[in-house]
Design a protein around this ligand. Structure first.
Ligand code: CP
Length: 329
C-alpha cells in the first residue's frame, strides 16, 4: 500500500495512482467509522485550509469545511469576488502568499479554458498541497466519493460491473463536463465496463476519451462510447450502475445560446423509471447534484429505491477528509 502522500496535490484524477486511491479509500472508511462511533480523529489540529471559489457550491463547500473542522483544523472560505484577484493578484502570487498562510489550498474554477490552468499555476507556486474542487476538466473529489459509494453498494471488487455514464437533458444552464470526464478516467482503472452515451453534440474532450481507453486497456476493463440521438435507453441494458446527468455541448460550442438551442433538441433524455427498468434489478442510480428535478431526472427515480444520491453526497466528506489527512500533515 502506498501511504506517503504528504505534500501532494490532487488536480486531475490520475494524479494519484490506483494504489494511492485505494489508500485514500481505506483511510476514508476508517474516518467514516470513527465519525459514526464518535471517536476523535483530529489529525490536522491547527491546520488551515483556504477554500477559494470562483463558482458556487453547496456540497463541496459544506463537506470541505466540515471535514477540516472534524480533523481539528479550520477552513477559510474565500469567494473570489471579495479578493483583489480582479485587480491584479496573479496565480503565482496567490500560490506564494496563500502557501505561506495556509496548510492547503482548495480551488473551484470551472471557467472554460481558464480553470484548470489557474489551479495548476497556483500549485506550481505553492509550497502546500493544492486541491481541485472542480475545474472545467476534472472533478476528482466527486469521483472519489462516487467510487467509494459504488464499492459500498456493489462490493469492493468492481471488475465487470457495468457503469453507464449517460448524458441527460437539463434546462437550468450548460453544466460542466468535468464529472463525466473524471468518471471515465477513474472507473476504467477499477475494472468496470464503462459505457458513455450521449447525443452527437455532447462528446467529451478527445484527449480525455483517449486516456480513458488507455486506462481500460491497462486495467483489463472495457470502455465504449455511444454517440446516438436516441441512444439513452438501449445503453442502460443490464447496467449495474447508472450515472445519468447533464453537461453542456462544450466540444461543439461554448456559446450559451447556441448550446441551449442544441440541448433543447434532447428533452427526451430524461432519466426515468422506464429507462431504469432495462437495467439490472439491483441497479443503483447516481448523480452528483444539484439536479434539474423532473427535467434531468424524475423525482420517482431521484427519490426512489435505486437512488443512492445522499450516500454519494455524504461520501464527499469522508474522501476529502482522507485526502486532507494524508497530504496536509
Ligand atoms: N456535486 C457538487 O460538486 O456539488 P456542489 O456544486 O454543490 O459543490
Amino acid at each position: 500500500m502506498q501511504t506517503d502522500l504528504r505534500g501532494r496535490d490532487l488536480i486531475g484524477d490520475l494524479d494519484f495512482s490506483k494504489e494511492e486511491v485505494e489508500t485514500v479509500l481505506d483511510v476514508a472508511w476508517d474516518l467514516k467509522r470513527k465519525r459514526a462511533l464518535g471517536e476523535p480523529h483530529a489529525y490536522l489540529r491547527d491546520k488551515v485550509l483556504a477554500m477559494l471559489f470562483f463558482f458556487p457550491s453547496t456540497r463541496t463547500r459544506g463537506s470541505f469545511e466540515a471535514g477540516i473542522d472534524q480533523l481539528g483544523g479550520h477552513a477559510a472560505f474565500i469567494e473570489s469576488r471579495t479578493t483583489q484577484i480582479s485587480h491584479g493578484d496573479t496565480e503565482r502570487e496567490l500560490g506564494e502568499i496563500f502557501g505561506r498562510y495556509f496548510d492547503g489550498i482548495a480551488i473551484r474554477h470551472v471557467t472554460w479554458g481558464v480553470g484548470n490552468r489557474y489551479i495548476n499555476l497556483v500549485a506550481e507556486a505553492s509550497r502546500v498541497p493544492v486541491f481541485n474542487m472542480q475545474c472545467e476538466i476534472y472533478h476528482p473529489f466527486q469521483i472519489l466519493a462516487d467510487l467509494m459509494t459504488m464499492m459500498e453498494k456493489k462490493g469492493r471488487d468492481l471488475r465487470r460491473k457495468k457503469l453507464v455514464v449517460s448524458w441527460a437533458y437539463a434546462s437550468s444552464y450548460l453544466k460542466p463536463i468535468s464529472v463525466p470526464q473524471s468518471l471515465i478516467l477513474q472507473m476504467t482503472r477499477f475494472g468496470m465496463d464503462v459505457t458513455l452515451v450521449h447525443p452527437p453534440e455532447f462528446g467529451l474532450m478527445p484527449d480525455i476519451v483517449d486516456q480513458a481507453k488507455a486506462q481500460a486497456h491497462k486495467y483489463g476493463s472495457s470502455f465504449e462510447v455511444i454517440s446516438d440521438p436516441d441512444g439513452m435507453e438501449a445503453a442502460m441494458k443490464d447496467a449495474d450502475v447508472i450515472y445519468a446527468k447533464s453537461w453542456g455541448p462544450l466540444m461543439t460550442t461554448t456559446d450559451p445560446d447556441e448550446g441551449k438551442r442544441i440541448q433543447d433538441q434532447y428533452k427526451h433524455w430524461i432519466m426515468d423509471s422506464k429507462k431504469l427498468a432495462v437495467a439490472k434489478d439491483d441497479v443503483i442510480y447516481m448523480h452528483p447534484l444539484p439536479a434539474d428535478r423532473d427535467i434531468e431526472v424524475t423525482s420517482e427515480v431521484l427519490d426512489g429505491p435505486h437512488s443512492v444520491v445522499f450516500d454519494e453526497a455524504e461520501n464527499r466528506l469522508h474522501v476529502q477528509k482522507a485526502v486532507m489527512a494524508l497530504t496536509m500533515r
